[in-house]
Design a protein around this ligand. Sequence first.
Ligand code: NAD
Length: 324
Amino acid sequence: MKVIVTGGAGYIGSVATERLLAQGHTVAVYDNLYMGHREAVPSDATFVEGDLSDRGKLQDLFQDFRPDGVLHFASHTMVGESMDHPFLYLGDNVRNALNLLEVMLENGTNRIILSSTANLFDQPERMPISETERIVPGSPYGESKYIIERIFYWLHRTRGLRYACLRYFNASGATKERGEDRDPETHLIPLVLQVALGKREKFSIFGNDYDTPDGTCVRDFIHIADLADAHILALEKLSEVPEMTFNLGNGRGFSILEVIEMARKITGHPIPVEFGPRRPGDPGTLIADSSKARAELGWKPQYDSLESIVRSAYEWHAAHPDGY
Ligand SMILES: NC(=O)c1ccc[n+]([C@@H]2O[C@H](COP(=O)([O-])OP(=O)(O)OC[C@H]3O[C@@H](n4cnc5c(N)ncnc54)[C@H](O)[C@@H]3O)[C@@H](O)[C@H]2O)c1
């Protein structure tokens, strides 16, 4: 297949590009490098630096490249930022997706995979969380993803769009060549590893009075290579099934303290922690039920132990102490 990867210079998109190329597909990455890194884009991919708001540039890309499908990663991605700057999310994220969809459909490409999020499930009634859980977005970020999911639904009914919404839980880990390098960094594992690598003195844990075994939040971590593979399986499956939604996680929860303990074991560093108050809006436990993706896509996560996730991230950060 010929695939356009928006946001393919970012953390997850660059690994999806790596895995697509490894499986023999042809890839063009479209990214404005707002958060991503040119160095993260595999050399066998075509790279176009551009913003999703630039319809002319998108048109040129679709006309030149003539893709069979699109993986849509490019987005503003931070829950906290979305509370402070809702228009970046309810505005830019949604408008950019609409631009992309219009240009795609005008050029005869009708398959797309969306990076959606567990932030759709702010008040889950059942754990683990399946695709039938009620949707309660936890922030303008989550809401923007849900609005895009609904736009997909209507474009399926009116314009023949074929789509899959993949709602990821916590993407984590690294491949040999590609890892997590953001500024500012807000994700647990890279922040913990920054302490182990001497870049930060200690790690702050928000809340240790949750109703969980050790009082800290429990989260579901999924390795980015497994996540990337689910995208490729979903894109292939769209030729048979025109609309799909999957929750993607490990199916197992690990507490913040368990992650830190694993990082201590792997790095040999004591990783001091301090406890602070809960962060508003953080649910105690979030675990995905990914049995639908396993059954319907034949998806088999390969790196599902906490050790393999934290170890792969550590190896990448140790080899790239200053990022890309
Ligand atoms: N990291 C996670 O745990 C997680 C969880 C759930 C969902 N997601 C979603 O997965 C996707 C990828 O996340 P990530 O962690 O790789 O983030 P990232 O910030 O590393 O990657 C996003 C990429 O999109 C690019 N981009 C942003 N706005 C753009 C625009 N207007 N035009 C062109 N390029 C633009 C950025 O430069 C960056 O390279 C996002 O849509 C995010 O919301 C991530």
